[in-house]
Design a protein. Structure first.
Length: 138
C-alpha cells in the first residue's frame, strides 16, 4: 500500500475520532449527572490521545495532518446540532445515547481500515482503537 493511501485512511480515522471527542466533550458540559459527566470527559480525553497517535502515524507516512480538516458545511451542522441540544434540554440518557451513536459510526470506518493491507505499526494502532471503541459501546 502506498503512503498516500495510508495517509488518507488515517485522515478518515482522525476525523472520526474528532467527531467522538467533540460529541463527548460537548455533551459532558450539558449533562446533569456528575458520574456521567466524568465518563464523557474520560471518553473525550481518550479520543484526543487517539487523534494524537493517528496524527503521529500520519506524519511517519509523509502526511501532514491539518488542524481541523472539517468542511465548512460539516462544522456548521455540528454547531447547529449542539445549539439544538442546548435549547431542547434533552435528558442525560438521550444525550449519552447521541454520544454512543457518534462513536458507533466510527466502528465501520475502523473495520474497513483493518481490512486493507497496512504496515504493522499502523494496523496495531488501528486495531487497538477499534477494540477500545467496542469496549466503550458495550
Amino acid at each position: 500500500m502506498h503512503d498516500d493511501d495510508i495517509v488518507d485512511i488515517l485522515q478518515g480515522l482522525i476525523e472520526s475520532a474528532r467527531d467522538g471527542e467533540r460529541e463527548a466533550s460537548g455533551t459532558a458540559d450539558q449533562v446533569r449527572d456528575d458520574a456521567l459527566r466524568q465518563v464523557l470527559w474520560q471518553h473525550a480525553c481518550e479520543s484526543r490521545v487517539a487523534i494524537a497517535e493517528l496524527k503521529a502515524l500520519q506524519a511517519l507516512h509523509g502526511g501532514r495532518a491539518d488542524e481541523d480538516g472539517l468542511p465548512v458545511a460539516t462544522a456548521l451542522r455540528r454547531a447547529e446540532r449542539r445549539r439544538a441540544r442546548e435549547r431542547a434540554g434533552l435528558p442525560d440518557d438521550t444525550l449519552a445515547d447521541r454520544v454512543r451513536a457518534t462513536q458507533a459510526l466510527a466502528v465501520p470506518r475502523y473495520r474497513r481500515a483493518l481490512e486493507t493491507s497496512l504496515p504493522g505499526d499502523v494496523r496495531a494502532t488501528i486495531a487497538r482503537h477499534h477494540d477500545w471503541l467496542h469496549r466503550r459501546l458495550r
